[in-house]
Each structure stands twice: as C-alpha cells, then as structure tokens.
Design a protein around this ligand. Sequence first.
Ligand SMILES: Cc1ncc(COP(=O)(O)O)c(C=O)c1O
Length: 448
Amino acid sequence: MLTKYEEVIIEIKNRIEEGHIMPGERLPSVRALSKELQCSVNSILKAYAELEKEHKIYPVPKSGYFLVGRTPPVQEKQPDLIDFLSAGPDRSRMPYRDYQHCMNQAIEFYKEEMFQYSEPLGLFTLRRQLSKQLQNLQVFAPPERIAVVSGSQQALDLLITLPFPNGKEVICVEQPTHFSFIESITSRGLEAVGIEMTKDGIDLEHLEEIFKTQRIKFFYTVSRFQNPTGYSYSNHEKKRMVQLAQKYDVYIIEDDYMGDLDTRRKADPMFAYDPSGRVIYTKSFSKVLLPGLRLGVAVLPNWMIENFTKAKFAADVHTPVLTQGALEIYLKSGMYSAHIQKLRKQYKTKGKILKHAYLEHLPKGTSFSGGDSGFYSTVKLPGRLKPRHLIKHLKKKNVLVQDATNMYLTPYRKENQIRLSVSQVEDSLISIGVQRIGEGIRELLLKM
Ligand SMILES: Cc1ncc(COP(=O)(O)O)c(C=O)c1O
C-alpha cells in the first residue's frame, strides 16, 4: 500500500515521462497540486523533497520547483559485450554523489568565491590540502610549488612548451606510451627520441647512452602502471634513472597518474629521490576519481613557477574553481582516502584475475605485460598477426580491445600489440573475455 506522498511521486514522474512537464519548466505549485490531487500540502512537500533528492527537480526560492535539464541517455551496453577498450572508471563505482555533496558544501562554505576569477595555479586552500595529501605518496612539497591543472594532460602539454635550464631541446619518451603525450609532441612538431618499453621495463644502459649522446631536455616517464604496458618500475630502477638524469643534466617528468593504486608499501615515486626540482611530478584525478572533472596536479621546480603560471594563464586562466573547492572538501573529509582504499582492493583483484586468465588462455608465442592493477596491460601478438585484423575478428565475438600501434612515435612504431583495460569489465567476465581473445588469435593464426 503506497503512502500519499509516494502516490504523488508516481503521478509527477508519469507527467514527466508523458511530456506534460518539460525540462526547465516549473512544476505545479504546492498548493495547486494539493488541491488537484486532494491531499495535504505536507504530502506534496515531502514528494517534492524526495524528487529533489533524486535530482529530478530543483527549488528556486520564491518561484517554486523546476524540472532539471535533460540528461543524455546512458548508452545501453550490449549484455554480452566485453569491453576492454574503454578506459574510464567503472560507471557503477564513480563517487559522483559524494562529489555532488562536496560541491554543495563548497558553495555553502565559500559562497560566491566559487564563481569568481581565481589564481592561475589554483585555490591556495586546495594547494595546501594537496601538499598534505601528496605526503601519502612520498611527495613532499610546499603549496607554493603545487599547481592545480585541468587534467594532468594540461600540465604535460604546457610543460613540453617551456624552456628548461639545461637549454636542450629533445624529449625522450618510453615507447609505447600514453597516446595523448604523443599527440602533444607531434602536434607541436617537437623533436623526440624513444626508448623501448617492454614487459620488463626499459634498458637502463640504453637510457644512459641516449642521455649521454643526445640533447635531452627531459625524459617523460609513467613510473607506475605505465600506459599501455601496465609496467611499474622498482625503486632501484627509479633511483637509477634519477641518478642518470642528475649525471647528464636531464630533467624528468614523472607522470604518476595512478600512483594511489600502488599497493607495494615501500614503493616511492621518482620525485622522492630528488625533490629539489630535477623531477617534475604530475598526478591525475581522472582514473582514481572522476575524469570529467578535469583535475590534475603538477609539482613544479621553483625556477619554473613563473613561466608555468604564465602558460597556464594563457591556456585557460585557471581550472574551474567550484570543482577545486569540492576537491578540497573531498580530500579533507577523508572521502578520497576511503575511496582509494576500495579502489586498490578492486583493482588488485581484477589484476589477479587478468594475469591468471592470460596464463590460462593465451596461445603459445603470445606474451603479455602488466596486469598488476589490471587497469592497463598489453598483449603482444604472435607471428605476423596484426592488431587491426584481430580487433575486427574479436568484434564478432563481442570483445573490444584497443590497437596499441598509435601509442608510438612514427619512427618507433610497431604493429604487434593490443591494449586491454579491465576498468569497465566485471570480474566475472574478465576470464571469458581473455578466453575469447585467445581463441581469436588461434583462429586467425590457422588462416595465415
Ligand atoms: C599515462 C597517463 N597519464 C595521465 C592520464 C590522465 O590524464 P588526465 O588527468 O588529463 O585525464 C592518463 C589517462 O589515460 C594516462 O594514461
């Protein structure tokens, strides 16, 4: 038996569904509706309060309640589809309700400041909070050296344009690497040299040779859960790279986009081995929070702050203030740490399932990299099998994977790997998906 206010909710929802109330339109006044539906004003108020909680309607003081704007329909996924292609966080685990709460709190607390122009490097109170938060990752830096950016991609894209004190001009980069960074290099026509990234990391002697013989301005490295290989360097490797950078006057841009997910208790970022400014550290809130917020952080050397501030101002004046205010509250309240604890467990489990599935289902001659968090990993295809042929074949089996070919600079391009991300694949489907990939590879090899 429904209570009166529940009946009112159903009535309103029906009216919305049937198009009697359109997005942005005012709902009937409380008094008019109570008369029309012959119920108390309290029942209507309670129903409207519930609908407001569901974010279907919103109140405007002295004007009444309005229907919120239309949200785009969530794309229905095919039930049988196994999507190793999408690399955003799992929709069902996105803490956007908590974040919404923090946005409301930020407005309550900071009021119109959330809607004013602000500092290019970000809200100082957030930078102070970030300075504390980053200590959990062994990154010790004062708020003055911390810049809030519109996604870590923005920091990377600005950094590659700035002059460095070594006066050199060539960028050194792992191959393959994060596609957006390749885009930054090529769209700006910059000179770059690659170093091969395998399932076992990079050849440090080769890195030394490159540092010694070429005019390397900086080395861009994704030090944990590398995209696409999923490789995480050991402390020993990271320390050695920093030593080489110091020896040959090369800077390091350390992209620690998912550092929070590292469960190795003693793992340090490279930044910890030279916090003086040799290592420029970036971190993203996309994979571990909400990518649409476009929030990232860069820890800058003192000599770069002025130039970076100018570049950031020229790019977008500053990152939107409201999302920054909300992040400050999200961090301060402990919600972020609690969320990260959950994510760590989830990705560790996914990683284990994935590795097991690779070992069980991939045919001979096929190898894989990464899989520790499961977020990204690659599968190297056997023989002359091309990723594009496999991708087409796997689509027929309802499995989506990414071609890793464009994650290389053109001179270093290899057409032999696919990238998988398990972020949007349910645990129970990971093994089935990898099994289909294994079958697909075998079937295509038979036809070659
Ligand atoms: C290596 C790497 N760095 C950074 C990012 C995140 O960038 P942003 O913070 O701009 O979303 C990604 C996203 O895929 C990535 O793969």
